[in-house]
Design a protein around this ligand. Structure first.
Ligand code: ZN
Ligand code: ZN
Length: 468
């Protein structure tokens, strides 16, 4: 790990770096337009490969610094801290560099050799090291060697993202095959993904202290990685982030998959939503469906549904204070209009100090008997080209009730959540035709002539006896 092997030939290490620097200066000042295509090709590939080799050289130095306790003597907490201070690196990047250096030195020597030879990129090496660290405790040293060799082979043809998946599959195979207990494994603490082994010379016997857990080492539940957080932003939106195990992810994907499929318009125009938007819409559709079906346990006697507190004046579109969700975020006015198309409304009278004085009965903006009539007439979402069944749908007031529109069949129709959103926020207008069925007028940007469209799926089936 020192430089003693290198003293035999050529200049001392600092002078070598000066030579490399000089050569790089040359490369940087060369006129690239003079290169032939062949030279350009060789240089592009060569310089890219050089990055891995430089990382390998850096890794040897970092390991040496760690072994000597250099960073501590310099007043830094550890080697990563020293890197961070000296080069203003992001903490995660500094830790990544040190972890890679230590891993290729202690655990993944073959990976280190591939990196040093320029065959492997740094990103691939990081994936292989993480994969090797996460191998189950029962894997034998021979299997480890074999696993690393296989991953190095995959790295020649697959990008790092693909390599992560292959590594996960390989770990699964090794976990199933090897169920032998114990086997003092040097990386028993590696499953947590933490790299907090002390820097100084404790190389390789960390498992010794964990004797007690060797015998009945329980297989960790893969679901332990599950986490999901919701973070409110200043813009009134909420960020989602989290991690799922394979089973959880598969369930979620299965549930979202069909809902997130592109929905072409009636005229065949492709769905313009991005895949990310479609997945987000699908998630909200799914949640709305589960809540509507009452499949979620009730909280405090009422079905958990979106609950919004609205000053009466705001509900009637005259007030200035916003509607608030029960999670404390204000709700845009246009969204409020859509939600109150088909909602349960409870009146709660507050005194000037905000204390409830009286609670009125809960009433629906669309009562059950009208809802049933709508189901019979519309048979599902009425938006052109949509085939969502009635149970997915919300009732829409063509003229909103707060603008004087009646809650009656000739002013109501069924829309699935996605199309309800589109009608409220995207400039579609709805009229009832002579046969009392709804027709949709697209916004000008879709059809400048605004020709009415109907949904064949919500028409009664053709009378085959008379059309034949
Ligand atoms: Zn509506
Ligand atoms: Zn629809």
């Amino acid at each position: 790990m020192g430089f003693e092997d290198d003293t035999g030939d050529g200049p001392a290490p600092p002078a070598r770096l000066a030579v490399i620097g000089g050569q790089l200066d040359g490369l940087l000042s060369d006129a690239t337009w003079q290169l032939s295509d062949g030279e350009l090709e060789a240089l592009m590939e060569g310089v890219c490969r050089l990055v891995g080799r430089v990382a390998a050289a850096r890794g040897r130095l970092l390991v040496e610094a760690q072994v000597r306790g250099f960073a501590l003597r310099q007043g830094a907490v550890d080697t990563a801290g020293w890197l961070r201070d000296r080069l203003s690196l992001a903490p995660s990047e500094a830790r990544r560099q040190v972890a890679l250096a230590r891993d290729v030195h202690e655990v993944c020597q073959a990976t280190g050799a591939a990196l040093a030879s320029g065959e492997l990129t740094v990103e691939h090496a990081v994936v292989i090291c993480q994969a090797m660290r996460s191998l189950p405790a029962g894997v034998t040293p021979e299997q480890r060697v074999e696993a690393e060799r296989a991953l190095l082979g995959y790295a020649r043809s697959f990008d790092p993202f693909q390599l992560v998946k292959l590594a996960a599959r390989q770990r699964e195979v090794l976990t199933t095959v090897d169920t032998s207990p114990g086997g003092g494994d040097p990386h028993a603490d590696s499953r947590t993904g933490e790299h907090n082994r002390p820097g100084g010379g404790a190389g390789g016997e960390a498992g010794g202290a964990k004797e007690g857990s060797g015998g009945e080492d329980p297989t960790p539940d893969p679901a332990d990685v599950r986490r999901f957080s919701l973070t409110d932003t200043a813009q009134g939106t909420t960020l989602l982030s989290g991690e799922l195990d394979a089973e959880g992810a598969a369930l979620l994907r299965t549930a979202l998959d069909s809902l997130a499929a592109p929905r072409p318009a009636a005229d065949g125009a492709p769905d313009s939503r991005s895949p990310a938007r479609r997945r987000a819409d699908a998630l909200i559709d799914l949640v709305g469906r589960v809540l509507s079906a009452g499949a979620v346990p009730s909280a405090g006697g009422t079905r958990p549904h979106l609950s919004v507190t609205i000053p009466w004046s705001t509900l009637l579109a005259t007030g200035a204070s916003p509607a608030m969700t029960s999670w404390g975020l204000p709700l845009p006015r246009a969204v409020l209009a859509r939600l109150s198309c088909d909602a349960e409304i409870s009146r709660i009278l507050l005194d000037p100090a905000g204390v409830p004085l009286d609670v009125g009965r809960t009433s629906r903006t669309v009562p059950a008997h009208l809802r049933r009539a709508l189901t019979v007439r519309d048979q599902g979402c009425t938006f052109p080209g949509c085939d969502r069944p009635p149970s997915w749908c919300e009732a829409h007031h063509v003229i909103h009730w707060r603008d004087g529109g009646p809650t009656a069949l000739h002013n109501l129709l069924l829309l699935c959540p996605a199309h309800h959103r589109q009608v409220h926020h995207d400039g579609w207008d709805i009229v009832f035709a002579g046969d009392r069925r709804p027709e949709f007028l697209p916004p000008y940007r879709i059809d400048p002539r605004r020709r009415p469209r109907r949904n064949p799926y919500s028409e009664p089936p053709p009378d085959l006896a008379t059309t034949a």
